[in-house]
Design a protein around this ligand. Structure first.
Ligand SMILES: Nc1ncnc2c1ncn2[C@@H]1O[C@H](COP(=O)(O)OP(=O)(O)OP(=O)(O)O)[C@@H](O)[C@H]1O
Length: 282
């Protein structure tokens, strides 16, 4: 009998969606399609031949333990890191053969976000908007709205170098959203963000996906993924262990956290009992 991890892996679904148009049913490409993706760093295999099909218009969580390969995967999918092997498409366009098409359609908030530190928040948005080819007046309007919604209006003239971790995440998110991308990729967007700002970011992202756009974000925080995402991919040791709707991946487990612990085999780890010298009387 398969264990819960195997059963969840078997629940993996293919999710090319069909939309009914005036001329009848047509197949919309998935937001992201990954086939046979590999990346090695020397002896270390970070991503071991994964296939992924992320449906459009969903809030998608990419979850996995430390070192699972999430950042490496997102870096390859967003055109920041060249794969050793494999094919990646975003909205039907090949990321590495058609990079301009892809980059005009995506927004990215990468891990270890590097920003133009000597610009103010507003200048950063103005610069990003012009790089994206938006007219100046439109950039001004959108920047003002984003700064307001993300509660950065008061800090808009401060240099980015002086921003806190959470403020950096928020200005990075504003820059990633400015051109209204079809797919938004976020690596740990809530890390270092206070609960009030997290709620604001959440509201912005929920509104964005309701309009038909796709969010793909990586996180370790299962409660967050469970409350935000309607579609989940679980990565362990460079491989995809399960992908599908939240309900499919959760299966019979009481929570995503519990399904995740089963999938990563957490029950087989020493949970600290061997540290018998730690604590107690000295
Ligand atoms: N530039 C690099 N050089 C060498 N090894 C790397 C490099 N980048 C990643 N790795 C290795 O690849 C594996 C996957 O790393 P990655 O950062 O993609 O994992 P992750 O799932 O994002 O982890 P975390 O949740 O801890 O951020 C790890 O073993 C890591 O040490």
């Amino acid at each position: 009998m398969p264990d819960r991890a195997e059963a969840a892996a078997e629940r993996t679904t293919t999710t090319t969606e069909t939309t009914a148009g005036a001329g009848g049913a047509r197949t919309a490409p998935p937001a992201v399609r990954v086939q046979g993706l590999w990346k090695r760093f020397g002896e270390q295999t970070a991503v071991a031949g994964i296939d992924l099909e992320l449906p459009a218009g969903r809030f998608i969580g990419l979850v996995g333990p430390n070192g699972a390969g999430k950042t490496t995967t997102l870096s390859m999918v967003t055109g920041l890191l060249r794969p050793d092997m494999g094919k990646i498409e975003v909205g039907g366009h090949d990321v590495w053969l058609d990079p301009v098409q892809v980059k005009s359609r995506i927004g990215v908030l990468p891990e270890g976000l590097r920003l133009f530190e000597r610009l103010s928040g507003r200048e950063l948005l103005a610069y990003t908007g012009r790089l994206r080819g938006l007219p100046g007046a439109e950039v001004d309007k959108r920047a003002t709205q984003l700064l307001d919604v993300l509660d950065l209006a008061g800090a808009q003239h401060k240099l980015v170098v002086d921003y806190s971790t959470g403020m950096r995440k928020k200005i990075g998110l504003a820059a990633a959203l400015l051109h209204n991308p079809e797919v938004l990729f976020l690596d740990e967007p809530f890390e270092g963000v206070d609960p009030v700002s997290a709620q604001t970011i959440r509201g912005v992202l929920e509104r964005y996906t309701r309009s038909g756009a796709t969010v793909v974000f990586s996180s370790h925080v299962m409660e967050l993924v469970e409350s935000l995402c309607d579609w989940v991919a679980v990565m362990v040791g460079g491989r995809i262990r399960a992908q599908g709707t939240l309900a499919e991946v959760r299966g019979e487990a009481p929570s995503l956290q519990s399904a995740f612990l089963d999938l990563v085999g957490a029950g087989r780890h020493d949970s600290g009992d061997s540290l018998d010298w730690l604590g107690g009387t000295r």
